[in-house]
Design a protein around this ligand. Structure first.
Ligand SMILES: CC(C)(COP(=O)(O)OP(=O)(O)OC[C@H]1O[C@@H](n2cnc3c(N)ncnc32)[C@H](O)[C@@H]1OP(=O)(O)O)[C@@H](O)C(=O)NCCC(=O)NCCS
Length: 164
């Protein structure tokens, strides 16, 4: 069972999907305490294992992006973000779920939510630079590889995409 709640924030209508076990998916405001939790998660799961960290310049433009988090109570479990490439195409970045929460359907829920948000905003195609070890996850979500392998943040990636 998935319950969809629409909250009018005054700026835009934000959908919150309340899923079984109390998990909530929502759009995060740039600079908010939830955004700080998102940054800690991304640093922990996507950067530290590679011996890298975010620099302020990496984050400076994120106020233009759609920031998405999965929460249990007030705690973030997973996140991702959407960046406009052009009015038809949007790119997913920074998909991450805390290690101990992986394999429980949180990544799938984030992906479904991100696709719905992208569709609502009129995008026709969603793509990503997928880490090689996550290709199987995105394939399960219906994405296809559309590039040769290339290196990004020191590890192999491919472009994957799906029509919305
Ligand atoms: C990739 C990631 C976001 C997936 O999130 P998750 O919550 O663990 O995924 P889910 O539990 O929703 O899995 C959905 C399906 O994908 C499969 N899956 C998950 N991760 C997979 C992987 N790395 N390779 C192949 N299949 C995978 C699951 O088995 C599940 O399949 P099922 O529905 O047939 O049971 C998460 O494992 C993660 O944060 N990994 C580390 C960071 C990372 O690599 N991010 C991607 C950057 S491009």
């Amino acid at each position: 069972m998935i319950l969809v709640i629409e909250v009018d924030t005054g700026l835009e209508t934000c959908k919150i999907f309340a899923i079984l076990k109390g998990m909530a998916l929502k759009i995060i405001e740039y600079g908010s305490p939830e955004y700080e939790q998102m940054l800690a998660l991304r640093e922990n799961i996507l950067r530290k294992p590679l011996g890298l960290r975010f620099e302020p310049i990496d984050l400076a433009n994120e106020n233009h992006d759609i920031l998405i988090g999965a929460f249990e109570e007030d705690d973030i479990l997973g996140c991702c973000m959407l960046i406009e490439e052009n009015p038809s195409i949007v790119r997913l970045r920074q998909m991450a779920v805390y290690n101990e929460k992986q394999g429980k359907g949180i990544g799938r829920a984030l992906m479904n939510f991100a696709e719905n948000v992208a569709r609502d905003r009129g995008y026709k195609l969603l793509n990503m630079h997928a880490r090689k070890n996550a290709i199987g996850f995105y394939e399960k979500m219906g994405y296809q590889v559309t590039s040769e392998e290339f290196l990004e943040v020191t590890i192999p990636h491919v472009v994957m995409e799906k029509k919305l």
